[in-house]
Design a protein around this ligand. Structure first.
Ligand code: PGA
Length: 252
């Protein structure tokens, strides 16, 4: 029998909430969400709000933090960038890698995504690797092929034991920020292709890897998506910005 994976609920704030808003958010959210042993909550604030948010949750180690992006280099002359070790030093445990906006707005390639995964893992940050197809790829029946290609490219250089420590988020590009959510059936189908490929890449150890769904998740559709076979958690953008709706999703 497959191991029971802990549910993961991750909030991607993108370029929203400065330190002041992050503080207000956490006061309200922590009042509404009590620690749960059976789930992990992760917040991804913007880089400049990271420390304020983390400090505001200092009494709640059950709430974890990650950064939205890192550079693949260890350190150096990369004005404006954040390294994995700086993120670790600031208290990050996770990093989003390969998010649709990094790939399709900032032009990050599969190869750059792979470099970031390697850097994150080597510095002790858990990569949350995002994969997902564009609408034209879905319509051409290429969904599984696209996510498999993205997984292979990003994970091929990692030893299986390290791969077993990553998180995957399936985020169809057409569902992100559009109000058009994948059906639970669509999510299950892509998650099952991802699960099979993880098994091929990392063998039995890959059973531990949680696969999250993301793309227009709301407090209203979270429970149905979480009930879909193969969906181990959610990566939420817009609906994670309000403490009330985010607490409702975390309490689902
Ligand atoms: P959304 O974003 O929930 O606003 O669609 C999800 C994401 O980009 O991670």
């Amino acid at each position: 029998m497959a191991p029971r994976r802990k549910r993961v609920l991750a909030a991607n704030w993108k370029m929203n909430h400065g330190p002041t808003a992050a503080l207000a958010f956490l006061e309200s959210f922590l009042d509404r969400y009590a620690p749960h042993d059976d789930r992990t909550v992760i917040l991804f604030p913007s880089a400049l709000a990271f420390s304020a948010a983390r400090t505001a949750a200092a009494a709640r180690p059950d709430v974890r933090f990650g950064v939205q992006n890192i550079h693949s280099a260890e350190k150096g002359a990369f004005t404006g960038e954040t390294s994995a070790s700086i993120a670790r030093d600031a208290g990050a445990q996770y990093v989003l890698v390969g998010h649709s906006e990094r790939r399709h707005v900032f032009g990050e390639t599969d190869a750059q995504t792979a470099e970031k995964v390697i850097r994150a893992a080597s510095e002790g940050l858990v990569p949350v690797l995002c994969v997902g197809e564009k609408i034209e790829e879905r319509e051409a029946g290429q969904t599984d092929a696209v996510v498999v290609r993205q997984l292979r490219a990003a994970l091929q250089a990692l030893p299986p034991a390290t791969t077993a420590g990553v998180l995957i988020a399936y985020e169809p590009v057409w569902a992100i920020g559009t109000g058009r959510t994948a059906t639970p059936g669509d999510a299950s189908s892509a998650h099952s292709a991802i699960r099979a490929e993880l098994q091929a890449i990392a063998g039995a150890e890959s059973d531990a890897i949680p696969i999250l769904y993301g793309g227009s998740v709301t407090a209203a559709n979270a429970a149905a998506l979480l009930a879909a076979p193969g969906v181990d958690g959610l990566l939420v953008g817009g609906a994670s910005l309000e403490a009330e709706s985010w607490a409702s999703i975390c309490n689902s």
